[in-house]
Design a protein around this ligand. Structure first.
Ligand code: FES
Length: 171
């Protein structure tokens, strides 16, 4: 279905047969377990695993002595942390007023149908994650979507379908 290229295809190739626990332990080995290290640890574990699974959060909690509930409280404060796998391609559709009046709801509806997921979800094959954003600051191009940091403007549902399904992924 897709011609949109992955952000970094080497990122998704398995590096080894390491388990989640082993990967997390490898990250933790370079830290002392101090509370001040929480954010860098979370960042590095997410970089390693692509997201923060429950198992990893438990290990980090044990390592730092921070209760799991507190750890989730800290991590959920930052939008950068993900608690479910993220697709190789991240599609962000603007739901700001400028895009709304230019047809963003129909655009989002078409993409949801095309991918068979709702905003906030990832396809089961981990190919796509669909998100919405309040405003990209590119309102003159409304309606706007961003695929892996590439901006597509003046979209129609048909254009979006072409970009994600049958087009060449360019403009
Ligand atoms: S409202 Fe969509 S880019 Fe600003």
């Amino acid at each position: 279905m897709t011609k949109v290229r992955s952000r970094n295809e080497t990122e998704v190739a398995p590096k080894s047969e390491e388990s989640v626990a082993e990967k997390v332990n490898r990250v933790l080995a370079s830290y002392c377990g101090e509370k001040a290290e929480l954010i860098p640890i979370l960042q590095q574990v997410q970089q390693e695993l692509g997201y923060l699974p429950e198992e990893a959060m438990r290990q980090i909690a044990d390592f730092t002595g921070v209760p799991e509930s507190t750890l989730y409280g800290v991590a959920t404060f930052y939008a950068q942390f993900k608690f479910a796998p993220v697709g190789r391609n991240v599609i962000k559709v603007c739901r700001g007023t400028g895009c709304y009046v230019k047809g963003a709801p129909r655009l989002l509806d078409e993409i949801e149908k095309l991918l068979a997921i709702k905003a906030g979800q990832t396809t089961p094959d981990l190919e796509y994650t669909l998100e919405t954003v309040a405003c990209f600051g590119s309102c003159a191009l409304a309606p706007v979507m961003v695929v892996n940091d590439k901006v597509y403007g003046s979209l129609t549902p048909a254009k979006a379908k072409e970009i994600l399904g049958c087009g060449d992924g360019e403009g």
